[in-house]
Design a protein around this ligand. Sequence first.
Ligand code: ADP
Ligand code: MG
Ligand code: MG
Length: 854
Amino acid sequence: MYLLSEARGLSRDLLGGKGFGLVEMAQAGLPVPPALIITTEACRRFLREGAVPGLWEEVRAKLAALEGLVGKRFGKGEGSTPPLLVSVRSGAPVSMPGMMDTILNLGLSSEGVESLARATGNPRFAWDAFRRLLSMYGEVVLGERAEVFEGMLSALKEKRGVQSDTELSPEDLEALSFQYLRHLQERGTPFPMDPWLQLQGAIEAVFRSWLNPRAKTYRRIYGIPEDLGTAVVVQAMVYGNLGEDSGTGVGFTRNPATGEKGLYGEYLRNAQGEDVVAGIRTPEPLSRLKEYAPELYREIERVAHLLERHFRDMQDFEFTVERGRLYLLQTRSGKRTAQAAVRIAVEMAEEGLISKEEAVLRVEANALPGLLKPTVDREKAPKPILRGLPASPGAAFGHAVFSNEAAERYTAQGLPTILVRPETTPEDITGMYLSKGILTARGGLTSHAAVVARGLGVPAVVGAEALRVVPEEGRAWVDGLEIQEGELLTLDGSTGEVYLGAVPLAEAAEEELLHKLLSWAEPHRSLGVRANADTPLDAQRARAFGAEGIGLCRTEHMFFQEERLPWVRRLILARTPEEEAEALERLFVFQKEDFKGILKAMDGLPVTVRLLDPPLHEFLPSLEELKVQAEAGDEEAKALWERAKALAEQNPMLGFRGIRLLLLRPGIFRMQLRALLEAAKELREEGFDPRPEVMVPLVADPKEVERAKALAEELFREYGPIPFGTMIETPRAALLASEIAPLVDFFSFGTNDLTQMAFGLSRDDAGKFLPQYVEEGLFPFDPTERLDEKGVGRLLRLAVQEGKRANPRLKVGLCGEHGGEARSVAFVADLLDYTSASPFRVLTARLAAAQAGL
Ligand code: ADP
Ligand code: MG
Ligand code: MG
């Protein structure tokens, strides 16, 4: 247990965040009311053993010292000297805003009130302080519900016909206090008039508040250890409710939404602590003080400046003004938006407050994609009609459409669309591509809709469970509200909110600052960063974000485009080698052009093309759809339906796909590889510098790789060789890395499938249980979002080590969704040669890789 002046240099773990901040502020010469801090160690002991030996003796001694510092006696007024009152405040080592309890004005009794009234000449204030103590103590220590006290207060206000409690008279407040006292008495939990007993009760209650259900839930959600305990701050009260020259407020040293430099905050005149947060009265912007209390405003500005200098970060501080004098009661590093984080970091480094390296470390890499996109202007927005998961950042509005066909129709007229689906399948790609936003009722953050939307950079909200979509009818419902085709919708993929109508959007952050930050980060990065890109447009975009090549170019997306699907379907239906050859010949022309576009956009940089991965039936309409068409007499549909039934699989994820398909239908393999090699050849003749690489998906055995390599070499003999690699995405391939590595030039870890197979869970179905799993703490995080270091990471490490031992020239990269997730990137930063992320996540990967190097 320490007075502020005795606690210099002690840790935040021991003093709690609040106590630590107070000690630091006092040390920096800022005006802080005297206080004593009971450490988290005492709390832990109390919770373990039910008592702390010697605790009360020590509190008494320190309290006496506190009395000496302020020249008042605890709970006892003497003549013109009012009694010393204290606040008893909780403060854990990590911030848990509002989760635990604080009591103000402690030490007051019915006698003390009289003396406080006399000494301050302000009976209204004295009774106001008492009734506040009674309700807070009644709630926190004696266990009465807050609503009971609030109810009595509202009833009184109503009776008097007033809005605000400042309009109540001293007599009103006195009567209210006695009403509270009587109520507590009748309830069998009388309020202790002895200040010392009050203090003991309050300290123990704050200790115990560590275990309240709210706090427990909060710790579980944010992964805060259970055994930290809370410190208790006992602090001399200062009063913001002494009149119009008093008040209380919250300030930020910079704007937490935009990062703009300058004091920002709110102030409430003639009020005590909690009133600002409680929203009982509307506070005024801090800047109003400039008009009626310019000196006070300048003083707060001066303090804000000192706080930043001392803590070297944007601070969020609480203060109280007692008769024109400023006191600081709390400070902490302020929460901020991604936009503000970038701005603050860059500007602080330019001001010389922090180093460039610190600036780089201050920005959460995962938040970067959200920066490049507009968001809904929440101040101007109506209430959202629906909430889902924020799957792909950015906000957009458009006309609701329920099919590819409708998306094309609206787009042809130059109208923006929002694609609304129960969930998406590869077949919806046209609609997804054309739309400004995507909304689904089902699916998680790694569902098809989410992954594709992020890849396309299209804002998306997925898994909006309250939404019911019936695409066949061109309608959807949210509760009773019907949404028809053409209805204007706005969605914000950064928050998961959906609005009716076209809602105003706020502009994206200034990219200049972001690029400056990244230019400071680059020298610290050794991990290569490539992009997952399937189109020339994506490739260009990725390159603009700094991608050093393409780590994954999925060729199946090229099969889904409108004019090609008929040929893909002929390929699937082909009964003779001639029929197959004809279909492949047509697809060859398309693919070659695609590859040329992408290789050109990435001229001089490596482009890794993955040969066909999904099972063939994914290119067919759904069985139900085909059945309807077939039964209506459509001959082609009939044939497709038969074929689709034959191809249907119970579990496509583990079915006839990837290398299995490529080896058993080698025509597809040859066509794709030839298209790639031919594209490169033509570009070289045109004076470009294409750098194609090819890889095969889903291998589980070296034999498969051997066979694929033999197929590839037939073409390499004709065109010259290019790097040949394999994906490592089955656990068996990882385990047999030493046998596979000598056959290839590189490994690319497909961590989406590798995670699915390592855990034995399908991410398309995981939405039903994974969120709950994480919530209940069975998994520390969602492994489809963030790489599981323990299991999947171990497979990675083993494959890299054994692979490199067997083939020292082996290059290793990662191309799953994890490749653009900051913590996963940090994990592979020293292990791999490169990571590959969707274009908008390239920035995240670059920053995270640099941070790992610092
Ligand atoms: P929280 O952890 O919820 O922020 P605090 O311990 O900061 O709780 O207390 C809430 C509010 O009570 C503070 O913002 C401050 O305005 C007020 N308060 C706390 N201690 C004092 C004090 N000694 N004098 C005046 N006001 C106080
Ligand atoms: Mg506070
Ligand atoms: Mg895969």
